[in-house]
Design a protein around this ligand. Structure first.
Ligand code: CA
Length: 383
């Protein structure tokens, strides 16, 4: 099924989907004698606007993308639909009428209306996946620079509502480091975003470490945003329709983050700040076992100065993007600390007004909610 048919079918099947999600939420609640706040999010753009709260809501993983980038994706797919199988399922149908694209390209009224409707004061904008990372090095480098200029211009028009992270092309690591410096020092962007692997390569390869050297020297974070799993492991996900947000994204970024830790990147760059989304891509949940096997399989594991969990608590920040779910957020906060978890919506992919209310309703003090929604983001991204 192509994406056009998918979106046509999606409207018709939405009522049935909502019923299924509601049913599964009921089953979860019935089956579980534990926390009463376990509920599954259900999409509803007409929900009531979230209430006034004694903190700013800063959303830190909000996507955008210019029309010319989607046109370049379509051209790439026209030339060879099999060269980028993840790109085909993600953006094979990104032409007119795609409701997600309509929101991604809007850097003005529609986006701000959506923020107002959902009570979001400030959106930190990231070039959507896979960004510039599917192009040859000169094209990717040039597109990163022009999209960063566009993003900076949108922020200049709406300085109290938007902030942004710089795109860069790891295909040319030297140019990438220079672009991160230009975009943060001259354009005022607040860090950089990488959409996980680049043609199957991960940033644990020392050939990319000039990028980390620049980010550490500039004291700006790098956000590892998902894309589909790398070509080496994509097929089983693709065959089952799991290559995107359902599971593949989390596996991909979880692997990338652990690869950075075990490569020794954080021993070499102890002040490097990495941000990952989706309540930590399951890593907080698994940290005990990751530490255990790092210690007990030492002859087979690289030598590190600290435990993986200690790097997680020193170098990694998490956002809640797409996971407005008390069990996951409270676990991440308890494992990593209240200062390391930041709010994000994942607009427009998971534009759900009631997820803001779900997050407002977490069983936390107002002081801790202010950290989650506002001050942690101000601190990590120097807002
Ligand atoms: Ca996202």
């Amino acid at each position: 099924m192509d994406r056009r048919s998918f979106f046509k079918g999606a409207a018709a099947s939405y009522a049935a989907l909502s019923t299924r999600l509601t049913a599964s939420a009921a089953q979860v609640r019935t089956a579980q004698a534990g926390p009463a706040q376990v509920t599954m999010p259900v999409r509803n753009e007409d929900a009531a606007k979230p209430r006034k709260v004694p903190y700013k809501r800063i959303a830190t993983e909000e996507a955008w993308g210019p029309p010319e980038m989607f046109a370049m994706y379509r051209k790439l797919l026209d030339e060879n639909p099999y060269a980028h199988p993840g790109l085909a399922t993600m953006w094979g149908d990104s032409g007119g009428g795609n409701p997600i694209v309509a929101r991604l390209v809007d850097m003005g009224e529609r986006r701000i209306n959506d923020m107002d409707a959902s009570g979001i004061d400030v959106a930190l904008l990231l070039l959507t996946a896979p960004g510039v990372q599917v192009f040859d090095a000169p094209t990717g480098t040039s597109l990163a620079s022009s999209t960063n200029d566009q993003l900076a211009e949108a922020i200049r028009k709406h300085p109290s509502r938007f902030a942004g992270l710089a795109a860069f092309a790891p295909q040319d690591p030297k140019a990438a480091a220079k672009e991160i410096e230009r975009a943060t020092k001259r354009l005022g962007l607040k860090g950089a975003v990488v959409n996980s692997h680049t043609e199957g390569e991960y940033l644990d390869d020392p050939k990319f470490w000039g990028i980390f050297e620049a980010a550490e020297a500039l004291n700006v974070p790098i956000y590892i945003h998902p894309r589909e799993p790398s070509p080496q492991m994509l097929q089983p996900f693709l065959q089952r329709g799991m290559e995107r947000a359902l599971y593949g994204f989390g596996v991909e970024v979880g692997l990338h983050t652990l690869a950075l830790i075990t490569s020794g990147v954080f021993d070499r760059f102890p002040n490097l700040k990495i941000v990952i989304g989706h309540a930590g891509e399951a890593l907080p949940y698994l940290l005990y076992r990751i530490d255990y096997w790092q210690v007990h399989k030492k002859p087979f594991m690289p030598k590190l100065k600290m435990l993986p969990s200690e790097y997680m608590r020193r170098n990694i920040y998490l956002t809640t993007s797409g996971v407005p779910w008390a069990p996951a957020i409270l676990l991440a906060q308890s494992v990593l600390g209240m200062d390391r978890v930041l709010y994000a919506m994942d607009y427009p992919y998971q534009f759900q007004i009631e997820e803001v209310t779900m997050t407002d309703n977490l069983p936390l003090s107002d002081a801790d909610k202010k950290k989650l929604f506002q001050t942690n983001a101000e601190s990590v991204f120097s807002l």
